[in-house]
Design a protein around this ligand. Structure first.
Ligand SMILES: *[C@@H]1O[C@H](CO)[C@@H](O)[C@H](O)[C@H]1NC(C)=O
Ligand SMILES: *[C@@H]1O[C@H](CO)[C@@H](O)[C@H](O)[C@H]1NC(C)=O
Ligand SMILES: *[C@@H]1O[C@H](CO)[C@@H](O)[C@H](O)[C@H]1NC(C)=O
Ligand SMILES: *[C@@H]1O[C@H](CO)[C@@H](O)[C@H](O)[C@H]1NC(C)=O
Ligand SMILES: *[C@@H]1O[C@H](CO)[C@@H](O)[C@H](O)[C@H]1NC(C)=O
Ligand SMILES: *[C@@H]1O[C@H](CO)[C@@H](O)[C@H](O)[C@H]1NC(C)=O
Ligand SMILES: *[C@@H]1O[C@H](CO)[C@@H](O)[C@H](O)[C@H]1NC(C)=O
Length: 593
């Protein structure tokens, strides 16, 4: 196979600054699977993002006392960035200090008011161990870092309703303004035993004046809509509701309050029972606060909605990035090895790369793609042009280190004649199908894809691949990430992940795959971001050896690789090395912009 190492290419086209790219030694990347460019705090446990006055802020669930989730000790960690890639950590944004949050500051969201003032709504665990919704304001909105937050005494602004149990009322969404001038916020609640997404409205919505007079502030009083936005008996408790508008045409994002012609809405919910995120697209009417699904046949059971990611993510959240006019979504990817490993490492959990999200032309599914700033980390490029992969082919991509890589590949299917037949039962569980028909089970069209994080002897490897099936006189494209051989370590969760990609294969015979590899994270975007699979991997060979990367085909039909490019990625500065230096660069850049 052709090897074509090109000169290191550093992106300069974007409005961003390259921070001192610290070496792995100073970032700790690679050690125990610590990532090099995914967001994670310096240490300990983590779980709403916002763009304000030239800077990105990220708040996260943080346990200052240990690596595990500790019900009584959750604070809001706070980091800032100029580019969503390099982060400096600040003091905690919120700590449990008041009667309305003394037992923990749980999830919430930031909202930017029309005059530019940010407001936080969050769940506090009060002195009675009940979940209540609180508000917090920046002490000094002129401070670009928004270091200090004030929690007014009149909290909670939304006390526990009488028909909701104290342990199931949480996660206020970003608020949005209806055309009637009232703000709305969505909150997850169990109402008389039914998982519901409640809407609360606030009319004292105008913005601030005095520094100390919090009575003037918005979001002080809220009234509950009689009907929930959504409820389902079947799916069990849901969390982290996110309702956001998307354009019917184009990839640009919309501010959370946008509505009207050419706008649809997405409701995303996180289901505790399955620990997965699901979404549906619909028409949201802000006079009645009703959402009418574009695919009513999927029903109310959230578990039948579309999956945001077929892999290992939960509690995703999006925000409107006014700087680049896009909607950015992040999700949390927890560890898949044991809690004892988390404690030994001293941290657990990472965020996925920030993803731009938009509505596909079909009006039903979201597309997701790593934000363009990720490309600023691209260094050595290896390219391959027009290769044919015959049955059983497995070609190494040499020249990029195997554990910090961004690889994009386009596969071209020649004909669909050899597609394997699928029966109705096999259709039901794509994840199981990925296990039964793994990379080492030869097929007709596929499996073809990438082998990543592979040891030299291939005892450890992770396969990311596609396979085409024939079902009920149409064609189905399956995308899988198979972890069953990802690690020889004991106690690691190593499932096959997968889902059907919603694409007309007869029309799109070219199938693109982009995979971001970052030590313990393998994040793959199939068919232009129509299907995404995030996986956590813990290979043992990385302690002593480097990892290998391959492109392969195990189908009887040859597959053309029309393009393959792989970049080694530089580490980003994420919350640990040179925090002060990074902070001063971020501030300097912010004041110049
Ligand atoms: C919070 O952390 C402190 C210090 O580690 C510990 O003593 C305390 O028991 C924790 N609180 C709860 C409710 O777990
Ligand atoms: C705890 O519950 C009691 C009795 O319902 C109530 O009087 C008190 O205000 C509650 N405390 C808090 C912090 O909500
Ligand atoms: C803003 O709030 C103040 C105090 O509640 C009220 O007097 C004023 O009319 C409000 N302004 C608008 C534009 O709603
Ligand atoms: C991580 O998530 C998985 C499921 O996605 C869950 O089974 C596991 O308990 C979680 N691990 C920790 C340490 O929270
Ligand atoms: C392709 O299939 C053969 C036969 O099962 C197997 O030996 C080989 O490891 C497979 N290739 C990959 C990349 O799994
Ligand atoms: C590590 O590298 C050495 C030297 O190249 C090789 O002999 C050995 O098989 C490798 N180990 C693994 C697990 O790949
Ligand atoms: C097969 O396809 C037809 C036409 O699209 C559809 O009406 C039917 O429900 C499908 N059958 C199954 C079992 O999916």
């Amino acid at each position: 196979m052709a090897r074509l190492p090109l000169a290191a290419c550093v992106a300069v086209a974007f409005h961003l600054f390259l921070l001192a790219s610290s070496s792995s030694a100073t970032t700790g990347a690679g050690r125990d699977g610590r990532t090099a460019y995914h967001f994670q705090p310096a240490k300990n446990w983590q779980n709403g993002p916002m763009y304000y006055n030239g800077l990105y802020h990220f708040f996260y669930q943080y346990n200052p006392h240990g690596a595990l989730w500790d019900i009584g000790n959750l604070s809001w960690g706070h980091s800032v960035s100029g580019d969503l890639i390099n982060w400096a950590s600040l003091e905690n944004g919120l700590d449990p200090t008041a009667p309305f949050d003394i037992n923990g500051c749980w999830s919430g969201s930031a909202t930017i008011l029309p005059d530019g003032t940010p407001v936080i709504l969050y769940t506090g665990i009060d002195a009675n161990k009940s979940q209540v919704q609180n508000v917090a304001f920046p002490k000094n909105p002129g401070d670009p870092l928004l270091r200090e937050w004030v929690k007014p005494e009149y909290n909670p602004v939304i006390p526990l309703p009488a028909d909701v149990p104290g342990d199931n009322f949480r996660d206020p969404s970003t608020a949005w303004l209806g055309r009637d001038g009232q703000w709305r916020v969505a909150v997850s609640a169990e109402v008389s035993g039914v998982a519901s997404t409640l809407i609360f409205r606030s009319s004292n919505s105008n913005s601030t004046a005095g520094d100390d007079d919090y009575h003037q502030f918005p979001f002080r009083s809220w009234e509950r809509n009689p009907a929930p936005l959504h409820s389902s008996k079947a799916s069990g408790m849901v969390e982290c509701p996110d309702l956001f508008p998307v354009k019917v045409k184009g990839k640009d994002g919309l501010d959370t309050s946008a509505n009207g012609f050419g706008v649809k809405h997405v409701l995303k919910l996180s289901v505790m029972d399955t620990l997965q995120d699901y979404y549906m697209v619909g028409e949201y009417d802000d006079t009645t606060d009703k959402l009418v699904a574009a695919e009513p046949e999927r029903g109310d059971d959230v578990r039948r909605w579309r999956r945001l990611d077929y892999g290992h993510v939960y509690a995703s959240k999006s925000f409107f990035d006014a700087r680049r006019n896009r909607r950015v979504l992040w999700a949390w990817a927890n560890e898949s090895d044991s809690q004892a490993d988390d404690v030994a490492r001293g941290w657990s959990g990472v965020q996925t790369v920030p993803r731009k999200v938009w509505l596909d032309k079909d009006g039903k599914q979201l597309r997701q793609w790593p934000i363009q700033e990720v490309e600023s980390l691209r260094r050595t490029l290896v390219g391959v042009r027009k290769t044919v992969l015959g049955a059983g082919a497995m070609n190494e991509i040499v020249g990029v280190g195997g554990s910090q890589v961004d690889v994009e590949v386009s596969f071209k299917i020649q004909s669909l004649d050899a597609a394997e037949l699928l029966n109705a039962n096999e259709m039901l569980d794509p994840q199981q199908l990925c296990g039964q028909k793994g990379a080492s089970v030869p097929g007709g069209i596929g499996p073809f894809g990438l082998i990543v994080m592979a040891s030299g002897d291939l005892h450890e490897h992770t396969a990311v691949f596609f396979r085409v099936f024939h079902y009920n006189s149409t064609y189905k494209l399956l995308m899988c990430t198979d972890l069953t051989r990802s690690s020889t370590k004991a106690g690691v969760y190593k499932p096959p992940y997968g889902g059907f990609v919603d694409i007309d294969v007869e029309e799109h015979k070219k199938i693109k795959l982009r995979t971001l590899i970052d030590h313990s994270v393998v994040e793959s975007f199939g068919a232009g971001g129509r299907a995404v699979i995030t996986a956590r991997v813990y290979p043992e060979h990385t302690a002593t050896n480097s990892s290998h990367l391959f492109v392969f085909n195990n189908g009887t039909d040859a597959v053309r690789v029309s393009k393959l490019r792989a970049w080694e990625l530089a580490p980003a500065s994420v919350n640990i090395a040179d925090n002060g230096l990074i902070l001063s660069k971020i501030l300097k850049q912010q004041s110049e912009s």
